[in-house]
Design a protein around this ligand. Structure first.
Ligand code: WTA
Length: 656
């Protein structure tokens, strides 16, 4: 993050002095108590061993942690089946009739799935996947809408010891292909189409393009929208043919605690996404633990709803693994929040009496824009805990959430974590922690996080720096798929001497020692809580025949947190004036959308003659960010040609 940006963020935050202590009523019934912090500090491994007892192990571990930095093994020697933990054991405990999933389709259809149903569906899917040749250690790619089959597919993989690699439904064929190739996936699970804002959109056409020429042997296709699809005999199999008729009996095998569970790709600072690898025992332990304490989840009582998409880590940990390991009753909603009307979420809260609602700041800001009279029309009195994730939440949005949705009666848990951390790391404990609007407060019991300066020295209260994790944690990533060097380089080289995990986020302590997250310090943007690297978008832009060079920055955006602003230099013949017109810019925006996906579409593209570069040829994004955010351009003395910035700034004001 640019220095100027960081200090302005710091000064904005230092004016925030409101704090909301938990009510006595909430505190008296909370799952966690204040002594957990000390208990975990005095015996970390003992504390995590207790948390691992939340799960069913077929063989108990003999060592809690084996730490050879930067490689950790948790619950060494233990064996379990993750899917058994998420379905069968609840049935065996007599809770087969409890609703696991209240599924709500976008067009208004719905489906109720009990734990007994879940066990049967997952078993059938596991049997069908076995028939298709999937076994232990194989990789299965999944690109599906938010339908129950997505959950069944993920758990069926887990049941078989196969790794799933879920790819967000909005990603382009090219992005899906790259992920299939990197993981050498054998089977792809997809659907005919998906509902987007009330209309079916094709899906299989895109996935067909993606699997062409890859290692994919079979494509399992769920019928969701009754869309006509191209079909390849011998490769494509309908879900209803393969799964519906399969046996609903399946004996789960036990796998080592460190057996890989899934790969999930996320943007790094280069154009190539990283396949983040997670394993079984530690991941499930911390997912179940955090879901239990951070949301104060009460099995059989709470109705939980996480609004994330299953294609992101939040959907993995807080729709599939955490809640289902805890026997939760949850809502899964297929569609967009304004289909068919802007009150859809509140209608669903009211319909299912949702008590825990976990969402993203960008959506809260969107709700604010739509107006408080919309949620006011619904009965939201069932709500008990509200959560946010994905990006720093600004105090205004936090207060709006508290007042208009929580009616000043629900603790808000702002949860900081990453694809790499697997589950929540920094968050208040409802019923224990007094919360401040905009702060994730402190590391959870059992987790250790510190803010350090450039040299790795911890900073004091009131000071800012880099967020690091200074002790291993059970759900930490175990590596980057196929690239150990990149794993060491990306996360462990910045503070190698101290052995800290470098999260890539800026943070500060306030005067009371609470942690405030300040956004990424690297070239990763955060658009509506989704990570996209500047390089990824730049590569997409330069792959267009008219573009010679591109520089991309994330500029602050009222709704999406950051918006993508691109500066492009056009090629010789295209650089004529008419090419700078709206048509050409639209073509470039569409091109990025096609290459990566609609979430990566630049908010603004500016055609420029030159880019600001240092004498060594490095693009100075800091200056471009100043332009994109309408700030006075900072120090230009290191530029090879300082007049470049005047040209760009004047072009920016013309384009408005
Ligand atoms: C950001 C999402 C501030 C952060 C779970 C992190 C946050 C990146 C918060 C990870 C939060 C996530 N406050 N920033 N509560 N939660 N972030 O991998 O920059 O999609 O590094 O995981 O999102 O994004 P990812």
């Amino acid at each position: 993050m640019a220095e100027s940006e960081k200090s302005s963020a710091l000064s904005a935050l230092s004016t925030e002095s409101r704090a909301f202590p938990p009510s006595e009523e909430f505190a008296s019934q909370a799952n966690a108590t204040a002594d957990w912090y000390d208990r975990a500090d005095s015996d970390r491994e003992g504390f995590w061993a207790e948390q691992a007892d939340r799960l069913h192990w077929t063989t108990k571990w003999d060592t809690v942690l084996d730490w050879e930095p930067p490689f950790a093994k948790w619950f060494v020697g233990g064996e379990l089946n993750v899917a058994y933990n998420c379905a069968d054991r609840h049935v065996e405990a007599g809770n087969g009739d409890r609703v696991a999933i209240h599924w709500e389709g976008e067009p208004g259809d719905s489906r109720t799935i009990t734990y007994a149903d879940l066990q049967r569906e997952v078993s059938k899917t596991a049997n069908a996947l076995t028939e298709l040749g999937v076994g232990k250690g194989d990789r299965v790619a999944i690109q599906l809408p938010m339908i129950p089959e997505a959950v069944f597919s993920m758990l069926a993989c887990a049941r078989l010891g196969a790794l799933h690699s879920v790819v967000f439904g909005g990603f382009s064929p090219g992005a899906l292909k790259a992920r299939i190739e990197d993981a050498e996936a054998k089977v792809l699970i997809t659907s005919d189409g998906q509902y987007r804002r009330g209309k079916p959109a094709p899906m299989k056409e895109n996935t067909d393009e993606a699997v062409e020429g890859t290692s994919i042997e079979k494509v399992l296709v769920v019928k969701r929208t009754e869309t006509d699809v191209p079909w390849t005999d011998g490769r494509d199999v309908w879900w209803h043919d393969a799964v519906d008729g399969a046996s609903d009996q399946h004996t789960p095998e036990s796998f080592d605690s460190e057996h890989p569970l899934f790969i999930l790709y996320t943007s790094g600072t280069t154009g190539k996404p990283k396949g983040i690898l997670h394993t079984s025992g530690g991941y499930l332990t911390q997912s179940a633990y955090t879901h239990h304490v951070v949301f104060d989840h009460k099995p059989g009582e709470s109705v939980y709803w996480c609004t994330a998409d299953i294609g992101w880590v939040t959907g993995h940990t807080y729709i599939v693994y955490g809640p289902l390991a805890n026997g939760a009753t949850q809502v899964i909603y297929e569609g967009t929040p304004n289909t068919p009307h802007e009150g859809r979420h509140w209608e669903i809260v009211d319909k299912y009496k949702v008590s825990i609602y976990y969402t993203a700041p960008t959506l809260i800001r969107t709700f604010m824009k739509w107006g408080e009279d919309i949620p006011a029309k619904y009965d939201l009195s069932s709500l008990k805990v509200l959560g946010t994730v994905g990006e720093p939440i600004n105090p205004e949005a936090w207060m709006w959430f508290r007042e208009k949705i929580g009616k000043e009666n629900c603790p808000i848990v702002d949860t900081w974590w990453q694809t790499e951390t697997g589950s929540q790391m920094i968050a208040p404990l409802p019923g224990v922690t007094a919360t401040k609007p905009g702060s994730a407060m402190r590391a959870l019991p059992g987790i250790s996080a510190t803010v350090v300066d450039d040299t790795g020295t911890p900073v004091g209260n009131g000071e800012g720096g880099y967020l690091v994790l200074d002790k291993p944690w059970p759900s930490m990533l175990r590596g980057i798929w196929g690239d150990t060097e990149r794993y060491k380089d990306t996360y462990w080289s910045r503070f190698a001497e101290q052995g800290y995990y470098f999260a890539g986020d800026g943070a500060k302590y306030d005067d009371d020692g609470a942690i405030w997250l300040l956004g990424r310090v690297d070239d990763v943007m955060n658009i509506s809580g989704h990570r996209i690297s500047t390089t990824e978008v730049e590569s997409a832009l330069v792959s267009h025949p008219t573009v010679a060079e591109a520089a991309v920055v994330g500029a602050s955006d009222e709704t999406t947190g950051q918006g993508i602003v691109a500066f492009v230099i056009l090629r010789g013949s295209a650089s004529k004036d008419e090419a700078k017109g709206e048509e050409a810019i639209k073509a470039l925006r569409d091109h990025v959308s096609k290459e990566i996906g609609p979430i990566a579409k630049p908010r603004q593209i500016l055609v420029v003659e030159e880019l600001p570069k240092t004498r060594s040829g490095k693009i100075m994004r800091r200056l471009l960010r100043d332009v994109a955010e309408n700030r006075d351009v900072g120090d230009v003395s290191t530029l090879a040609d300082s007049s470049v910035m005047d040209l760009i700034s004047s072009g920016m004001s013309e384009s408005k």
